[in-house]
Design a protein around this ligand. Sequence first.
Ligand code: SF4
Length: 229
Amino acid sequence: MAAFERLLAAYGGQSWWPAESDFEVMIGAILTQNTAWVNVEKALLRLRETVAFDAQAIASLPLAALAQAIRPAGYFNVKARRLHAFCGWLLAQGGIAALATRPTPELRGALLAVHGVGPETADDILLYAFGRPVFVVDAYTRRIFGRLGVLKGAESYEEIRALFEGSLPAAAGLFQEYHALIVTHGKDVCRTKPRCDACCLREVCPPVARQVPSRRIRRKMKNVQGEGG
Ligand code: SF4
């Protein structure tokens, strides 16, 4: 919670997920696999221009046409097959309203059994479309909390999810905001090359993770300062 409060104070509420409907969250969660959100937005726009935006229409669209429609999202042939499978599954289950009556562990298991739906995609859908208190773990979560010393680096997806869910109040709104803040922080500040000087978590981040100059460079800096008088 301490990290969440610092992130929230620094960035404010993120109002995620950027979508007009629960169905759009689901489609976006599949399209965003291995690509930046800006590409997903382009793919969603093209998809809407190509076909009615519902599970029946997308499942009925020929695979090649679907792949062309979502081309900007990358891996478009793979993702077209995944969207087909997902929309077919959604229809077979009776739609979103029928799925919403199922308990979270059962719903999560059912989502994970769908072609192309892994833990992160399933949890995106559970958290942002169904409003279930399931923590989404992504590469930013691993990087930031690894650097903070909370994660050692070898933990599995499920171990990290259990760690967060066991450490926070089980509230979907909190989890939604926290994941969004983690993404913002990972993109803007705790990047591959971190911008530690601009970081709101700096005070709770171990020096070893930060851009602390090495002893050799510190010595060199001291000498230069000394030479300058
Ligand atoms: S201080 Fe640096 S390494 Fe630590 S969380 Fe912030 S940006 Fe990441």
